[in-house]
Design a protein around this ligand. Structure first.
Ligand SMILES: [Fe+2]
Ligand SMILES: [Fe+2]
Length: 501
């Protein structure tokens, strides 16, 4: 993303680093040399940074880590004739090939992205002959703690390397190349396809159960797989789509949203891909019992009387039974039944169904309960006409212990969404209105998300407004924009979902 007031064309730095052709970064089948070695390079890069941080420079571990990164880089330069490391948003490109973010490299990716952001580094080209000593200087400066603004740090980085006589690195500023934009567009399209397909299949399944037919679980498994794959590939687009709220489609969208949040949350909690498939499936089916509750009760606008409430509160065990019946024909993990049964129990077991013997809620149930609580409270439903702002819901989930959410899972959820979750309408200190587009990739900036500015400073709406990063500072190191408060989109006639499609 390009910060305000800074054009996409590199204008400073030692040398500009230009993005290469789009074709190269296209996902190709198989594991190419660059993808394989790019990953090794990131690991050794990260390993060296960690070693420098943990040990004195003369330590053997530091020396070895520096030799590793220098050798890996040299190997790529030799084979490819070039080594360009480039970051853009939440992505890392090596020689214009985007590296796949997966569970194993999550920590290294996040750390490198945060470091580059803090020093305004968009691209680094490693030249032939970069030795261990050059790497030591570069990495030490890059990770030295400082409160200076990124632009100032960028200048310091160049200065310190110059002083030390290190000339084997060239730097480029953050710039959104054409290929990044194209990749972003493609991810967005893929996310939309995944989302609408998921809603359609979920609708089919829920309606089948409602009519006493056996649903096609294979189809739903494929849907869950595509949600997991999409989230591992690029999370922001799919999470953004959870803000679309279509009153008529509530039940189906809710299931899909809970699945998306649960998978994104599970990834942060370190679950494996296979576990994420199971979790996603359980999340998608968590309310399947509601298809056994009469529609009049489900859609009732007034508060429920005792009998109606009893019917409603039966959905967890009705869901478990429905899944148990499906298990006869098709492979369905046992965990999905547990989640359907436990998701309203609360961690202190004061929820429903009433618990009869000691139990520990499963981690899947805790995750789904948080995702479910968040989505339900931020949606407009028949019996809840004014939804809370997403930020207020998060605060409630965190601070009100009676909600019975697991504090660790809630914390991970806040890390995922930021204090201001995607889709929150915020008022900025510039008097502009903004809609939160994505959490800040830097975990230290949870209150400074990336925001789409949707009005001028008089409150006149502007469609398709610019994306701005609230962590951006001006030359004096002062934040350009800061959130003053959250606001109700209805008051401004804004449909948040419109800004995500
Ligand atoms: Fe439920
Ligand atoms: Fe639910």
């Amino acid at each position: 993303m390009t910060a305000p007031g800074r054009g996409p064309t590199p204008a400073r730095g030692v040398a500009s680093v230009t993005p290469r052709s789009v074709a190269v970064f296209e996902e190709m089948g198989g594991d190419s040399f660059i993808r394989r070695n790019g990953r090794v390079f990131i690991q050794t890069f990260y390993g060296a940074l960690r070693a420098i941080k943990l040990y004195p420079v003369e330590n053997e571990a530091v020396r070895k880590a520096l030799d590793d990164v220098a050798a890996t880089a040299a190997n790529i330069v030799r084979q490819e004739g070039d080594l360009e490391f480039r970051v853009s948003g939440e992505f890392i490109f090596i020689n214009s090939t985007r590296l796949r973010l997966d569970l194993d490299n999550y920590a290294s990716f996040s750390y490198l992205l945060a470091l580059c952001r803090a020093s305004d580094v968009g691209a680094v080209r490693v030249l032939e002959g970069a030795g261990a000593r050059d790497w030591l200087t570069f990495l030490s400066v890059l990770q030295s703690p400082s409160k200076d603004a990124p632009a100032a740090r960028f200048g310091q980085l160049l200065g310190r390397l110059e002083q030390a006589g290190v000339r084997t690195f060239e730097f480029g500023p953050p710039a959104e190349g054409e290929d990044d934009k194209e990749f972003r567009e493609k991810s967005k399209e893929a996310a939309k396809r995944t989302y609408s397909q998921s809603v359609a299949v979920t609708k089919d399944v829920i309606n089948s159960v409602r009519m006493g037919r056996t649903p096609n679980i294979k189809k739903i498994k494929r849907v869950v797989q595509s949600i997991v794959d999409q989230i591992l590939n690029e999370e922001t687009s799919l999470v953004g789509l959870t803000t679309i709220r279509d009153y008529d489609e509530y039940t189906f969208q809710h299931s899909v949203n809970v699945c998306i949040f649960s998978v994104a949350l599970g990834r942060r909690l370190g679950l494996s891909k296979i576990q994420l498939y199971d979790l996603g499936l359980a999340a998608l089916f968590h309310d399947i019992g509601k298809s056994r509750v009469p529609v009049e009760v489900l859609n009732k606008t007034e508060s429920l009387d005792d009998d109606e409430w009893r019917l409603m509160a039966a959905h967890p065990w009705l869901g478990m039974l429905a899944l148990f019946q499906m298990r006869g024909q098709q492979e369905l993990p046992y965990r999905a039944m547990v989640v359907a049964y436990e998701h309203h129990m609360k961690t202190d077991l004061t929820g429903y169904p009433k618990n009869v013997r000691p139990r520990m809620m499963s981690i899947f149930s805790k995750v789904v309960a948080v995702a479910d609580g968040f989505d339900a409270a931020t949606s407009r439903r028949s019996y809840q006409t004014t939804p809370l702002t997403p930020a207020a819901v998060l605060q409630e989930m965190r601070d009100n212990r009676r909600r019975g959410m697991d504090p660790v899972v809630v914390k991970a959820f806040i890390n995922l969404t930021g204090i201001y979750p995607v889709g929150t309408l915020v008022v900025l200190d510039t008097f502009e209105l903004g809609i939160v587009h994505s959490a800040n990739p830097n975990p230290e900036m949870v209150s400074r998300p990336v925001v789409r500015v949707v009005s001028d400073n008089l409150g006149n709406l502007t469609y398709d407004g610019a994306l701005v990063d609230l962590a951006d500072r001006d030359e004096a190191g002062v934040f350009r924009r800061t959130i003053i408060k959250t606001a109700d989109p209805d008051r401004y006639g804004i449909r948040v979902g419109d800004f995500f499609v």
